[in-house]
Design a protein around this ligand. Structure first.
Ligand code: ADP
Ligand code: MG
Length: 360
């Protein structure tokens, strides 16, 4: 077990591309940390730097107490599971699981013991004597996980390990990974571009964009207190509603938009600096309330309902308010029909404010 510490870690590829700008954070011993961001933001680069597969251009990387900047991958006590895991087709599951250990000279009794433990944890007992070709995609992915597990490393690195699986298997394997993490208690760094995977799996999440860390926090805090517009828009599905306007003060604070205005119902001192300046106001779909479903709520704006999407235990109302597309998450019993106009309100405490000048 070990913590992983990054201190001003940078990556500049030989062609001059800056893939990671000064990342400083610590992955606690035993933590499951998720690295999330859009394609090309530097996730794999960062993971490969922890693994030692990519050189570090600046700063210090530690695993435990040891500076590993110049330590070879095989001496870092890490195991990595890739998106495109390759199993040896001519070997059985048992041989695939044990191969890395045998290569390291681990004796047969110990190999057998560790393979049995991993296979038990992953539910592969019935498949040990089969070759990869005879396995389902999900079982192959488990073997790939098992190969990392048998190594019993201090740190597991997983790079989009579920992206080749179909939606249903992704879900069950995701739960499997959380379970494994709890059982082995090892430090895990899990890379994904999928915000739902990140939110459900991560104890803490690093949101990365363009090689820059946007925010590092628990899923709850990221969702409730996004540090900037990028984080606000990236996490949450459907995405946060955003109102673009200028903040004015008359009776109270109002956001004046190209077509209409919204009384915010707040008087946060922090907003004083934005009076008469552009401001973006955000509201999660579950916080944009219809007056029909919430009779006690003050109507702050009206919108035209375009599409009603029932998704099981809730319904998404896709609406239009002037130029802005809005989404509200309403209860399944709501009787709001497409083609009608609805009144909308909110609890002022649920509003998010973003500076259009400084947020990326
Ligand atoms: P992610 O895993 O988040 O999709 P990567 O870490 O693979 O992103 O890549 C981050 C950025 O670095 C991308 O713009 C990518 O094109 C670039 N990149 C990756 N590998 C190299 C390389 N060997 N040389 C130059 N640029 C690279
Ligand atoms: Mg990648």
């Amino acid at each position: 077990m070990a913590a992983v510490t990054l201190d001003k870690v940078r990556k500049v590829y030989p062609n001059g591309h800056v893939a990671l700008k000064e990342a400083s954070f610590e992955i606690a011993d035993g933590e499951l940390l998720v690295l999330v961001g859009p394609s090309g933001c530097g996730k794999t680069t960062l993971l490969r730097m922890i693994a030692g597969l990519e050189s570090i251009s600046g700063g210090t990387m530690r695993i435990g107490d040891r500076v590993v900047n110049d330590v070879a991958p095989k001496d870092r006590d890490i195991a990595m599971v890739f998106q495109n895991y390759a199993l040896y087709p001519h070997m059985t599951v048992r041989e695939n699981l044990g191969f890395g250990l045998r290569l390291r000279g681990v004796d047969k009794a110990e190999v057998d013991k560790r393979v049995a433990a991993a296979s038990d944890m992953l539910g592969l007992d019935e498949r040990l004597d089969h070759r990869p070709a005879a396995l389902s995609g999900g079982q192959r992915q488990r073997v790939a996980l098992g190969r990392a597990l048998v190594r019993d490393p201090s740190v597991f690195l997983l790079d989009e390990p579920l992206s080749n699986l179909d939606a249903k298997l992704r879900l069950s394997t995701r739960v499997e990974i959380a379970r494994i993490h709890r059982r082995v208690g090892a430090t895990m760094v899990y890379v994904t571009h999928d915000q739902i995977e990140a939110m459900t799996l991560g104890q803490r999440i690093v949101v990365l964009n363009g090689g820059v860390i946007q925010q590092l926090d628990t899923p709850m805090n990221l969702y409730n207190k996004p540090a900037n517009l990028f984080v606000a828009g990236f996490l949450g599905s459907p995405a946060m509603n955003l109102f673009h306007g200028t903040l004015r003060r008359d009776d109270g604070l109002r956001l004046v938009m190209a077509d209409g205005s919204i009384t915010l119902g707040v008087d946060a001192p922090a907003l004083a600096a934005y009076i008469d300046k552009p401001l973006i106001v955000g509201l999660r779909p579950e916080d944009l309330l219809t007056t029909a479903d919430h009779p006690g709520i003050t109507e702050r704006l009206r919108a035209h309902v375009e599409v009603v999407e029932p998704v099981g235990n809730e319904v998404f109302l896709n609406m239009r308010h002037a130029d802005e597309e809005l989404v509200s998450r309403v209860p399944p019993h709501s009787s709001i029909q497409p083609g009608t106009d609805v009144g909308l309100g909110f609890h002022a405490g649920r509003l998010h404010f973003f500076d259009p000048e400084t947020t990326s």
